[in-house]
Every structure is written in structure tokens, then in C-alpha cells.
Write a protein that binds this ligand. Sequence first.
Ligand code: FAD
Length: 290
Amino acid sequence: MLPEFELLMPRTLPEALEMLAQRAPDVMPIAGGTNVIPDLRGGRYRPACLVNVASLPELRGIRQEDGFLVIGGSVTMAEVLEDPIVAQFAPVLQEAAKMLASPLVRNRATVAGNLANASPAADMAPPLLALDAEVELASRESIRRVPLKDFFVHVRQTVRQPQELVTAIRFPLPPPGSRARFFKVALRKADAIAVVNGTVRVDLTENGRCQAARIALGAVAPTPLRAYEAEHVLESQPLTPKDIAEAARLAGEATRTIDDIRGSAAYRRMVTEVMVRRTLGEIAYGEGEN
Ligand SMILES: Cc1cc2nc3c(=O)[nH]c(=O)nc-3n(C[C@H](O)[C@H](O)[C@H](O)COP(=O)(O)OP(=O)(O)OC[C@H]3O[C@@H](n4cnc5c(N)ncnc54)[C@H](O)[C@@H]3O)c2cc1C
């Protein structure tokens, strides 16, 4: 059963920030509610007050701005899937959104909510980590930008303060030679939480040298993470089968998995290595396995 709570419906961002400031810390934003409502029913938390941010005009839309792609704080997965700017510059986000939940949930679920909820298995976290995204947090007093790699603190914990809203997620437009792929292994092909998910991104020069690499993983640690050592193996040289295998091995090493109902720690680690090797192989040679 849903516990009792006060529901506030601000019409503008300043109004929402004022409401949060006045009621913090016993207040929560709600956007699509696809995490909040099940969690309220399950008794995970009992805030006295919810502030609905789904209709704030300032949080809408996806735009290009000064070399960045900016995703508003109320943009849904369905909107990500239909957006031509995302399709052009960051199709990896659409790969991830397509595999998140079901069409019904994707019509409500927001990107900001997915990150703010801070599930280790959040599907938008690995691609946004690989895109070097930052989270814009606004309160009545200030606006700050936090790199996504520093945003997650622990399972369901972020650096966001109760009076702050995620107003946007931004990342630099990737260079022309940038290639990124999302992968997700789950207990079934659709509408399932990841056993392991991740994104591999490689920025290649014209002569095929790897300028920069990003390997971001989910569901293998208390927070989504980047496998920095694995990335370093790939950088500043062409992608060779040997380096790809070594990077995949190091990605497996970077996991800090636990056994749970979806899979054992050992399985998750092994799947991470296989999926990173396979995805890098696809990027480098257009093949499934190497
Ligand atoms: C059936 C089902 C299947 C699902 N499958 C998947 C899946 O495959 N992959 C996956 O990753 N997730 C999945 N989810 C989880 C959920 O749909 C996503 O995490 C979704 O993106 C959450 O967005 P929301 O707008 O619904 O967030 P809400 O439920 O409204 O909020 C989630 C959290 O974010 C906070 N929040 C929301 N908006 C803001 C904001 N602008 N600023 C600050 N804090 C904010 C809330 O206070 C809350 O803590 C599933 C959920 C359901 C019910």
C-alpha cells in the first residue's frame, strides 16, 4: 500500500527549488515515478512530501549547446529514442534506452531519474559515463556541475543534496572517429534488469590509432564504474587483438561483484570480460568475437 505523502505540483523551476529548500530533507523529487512509486509501496523510504518535476518547462528537451549535447532533467527514454540529435551524435544512448524496461515504462522513465536513483544496474549510467557526461544540479542558492564519474557514492546514494534537482545532463559532442557500443546481459532479452551492462567507447584517429578509450560497467559494483586500467591499455596505439584481450581481462578485474538473485560474482566477472572483448572486437573489426 502507498503511504501518505503530500504531493506538490510546481509550475516553474524556481517554484520547485523553493519547495525543495523549504521541506528538505524530508522531501523527494518525483519524475516518471517508475522507481519512486514501487519503492514507496515497498517501504524503501517514506518522505513526507513529493515534488513533481515531470512538467517543469525548464527541464524539457534535448539540445546542442556550445559543443555539448544537453539532455533536460525531465527527458524520458522515449524522447531519447526519437531524438535526431541523439541519433546523430550519441546513438549509444538509444541502444541503451531501447533495452531499458518496456515501451510503457520508457514513456514515463526519465534519464535524470535513472541516474538520481543510483541503482548499480542503471542502464543509462554506462553510456553516459563513457560520454564523459556531467550532471547539472540546481538548488535555490546555486547551480553546480558534477562529472558523472563523481556523482555516484554507493548503492542508491549520490552527491545530490535533498534540496537539489538534476536540471540537465551534458556531455561534449564526441569527435567524428568516436565509436561506442552498449551491451546488456540479463535473464531475458527484454524488460529485465541487467546482470551486467556496459559501454565501450573508442575514439579513433584517421589512421586507426586509439586516441581515447572509455570502458564503463554496471551491475558489477556498488556503483556504475569506469575500468581505467583497461582503458589505458588501449590508448595511443592501434587496436590489436592482444591489447583487446588484455583490456577485457583488466575490465573483469575492475569488477567488485557480489552474488545475488540474478547471478554469481564469478559469473558477472566472466561475462564482463567476454562482453568487453566482444564489443571491442566489433568496434575494431566489425566481428562478434575475437
Ligand atoms: C517494470 C520496470 C522495469 C524497469 N526496467 C529497468 C531497466 O531495464 N533498466 C533500468 O535501468 N531501470 C529500469 N527500471 C527503473 C526505472 O524505470 C528507471 O530507473 C527510470 O529511469 C527512473 O526514472 P523516473 O523518471 O521514473 O524516476 P522516479 O521514479 O521519478 O525517480 C527516481 C529517483 O530519482 C529522483 N529524481 C527523479 N527526477 C529527479 C530530478 N530531476 N532531480 C533529482 N532527483 C530526481 C527521485 O527522487 C528518485 O530518487 C524499471 C522500472 C520498472 C517499474
